[in-house]
Design a protein around this ligand. Structure first.
Ligand SMILES: [Zn+2]
Length: 286
């Protein structure tokens, strides 16, 4: 599975806010009847749903709805709206810090911001608290949590049930927050999730997540600092590549002591979306 940005380039999608599968633009996404008639580019299924980034994108969507909730428009155009948005943001950040110990939407030294996969997981895990702080509908938050859990569970998903549940969630969203255009990554899961899951029918979609690539980011920094010549950029990159290659070699990996897997408890509702038979027959499933 690859990052949404890479999928955008590979499918020649003009903008990151456009759907890579059906080409819907943000303004079209909330019109669920029209959207269901759009032809799908089946070639784009292979790029998956980016299940790890989905957590972060869903969290950011809830946060942005929350910031704009008092004036209910997608962008804060006037100065007054800008002020309201900033005030709400500060208040939401403060409460998340105090009540859940989460740093939200804070710039981080180096690259990006403090919104990572772990923050997003805890954001959704504490759905009641999150709903209270953000003022966003608790059902929507809970449903997104169930969907994200199912996607990253690493267990086969019942795609039909998933499709129905996702569409109901999209309807709930449009009902409550029609003024906010659904982000393309969230839209892709809710509208095209079923088709993408079917495309990857051989393996559970959660086992194809981009976690594996993302966890190499840390290795990359470590290898560059401690295991690479610094005399030229070419030499640095060559050494980093060699280290990345031998540490991911299937044979080397197979003789390494396996890490203890953390078995996560899944919600009852999530289990409903999964093929539970497989769970029972395979106690080793993550
Ligand atoms: Zn689409």
């Amino acid at each position: 599975m690859i990052d949404g940005k890479v999928a955008q380039v590979l499918t020649d999608t003009p903008s990151s806010s456009t759907c890579t599968i059906c080409g819907a633009t943000p303004r079209q996404m909330n019109d669920l009847t029209k959207v269901s008639e759009r032809p799908e580019n089946e070639n784009a299924y292979q790029y998956g749903l980016s299940t790890l980034h989905a957590w972060i994108r869903c969290m950011e969507m809830i946060l942005h709805i929350s910031y704009n909730l008092s004036f209910q428009t997608w962008s804060a155009t006037s100065e007054e709206k800008q002020r309201l948005k900033q005030e709400k943001k500060v208040q939401v950040q403060k409460r998340f810090r105090e009540e859940l110990g989460l740093n939200i939407d804070k710039p981080r030294q180096g690259t990006g911001n403090s919104n990572d996969g772990n923050t997003a997981r805890r954001f959704f895990y504490n759905a009641a608290c999150t709903a209270e702080i953000t003022g966003v509908d608790i059902d929507l938050i809970k449903r997104l949590y169930i969907i994200l859990q199912a996607l990253s569970s690493g267990v086969m998903i019942d795609s039909k049930k998933f499709g129905i549940y996702a569409l109901e969630t999209a309807r709930l969203f449009v009902n409550k927050y029609n003024w906010y255009y659904m982000p393309s990554s969230v839209y892709k899961i809710l509208i095209h999730g079923e088709s993408v899951i079917n495309h990857f029918a051989v393996l559970p979609i959660g086992q194809l997540s981009e976690d594996a690539q993302e966890s190499r980011n840390k290795d990359y920094k470590k290898f560059r600092l401690h295991h690479a010549r610094k005399c030229s950029r070419t030499a640095t990159n060559e050494d980093v590549f060699h280290t990345l290659l031998y540490t991911s070699d299937p044979y080397i990996t197979s003789i390494r002591k396996p890490y203890a897997k953390i078995v996560k408890e899944l919600d009852e509702e999530t289990l409903n979306l999964l093929n539970v038979n497989e769970l029972i027959s395979d106690p080793e499933a993550p």
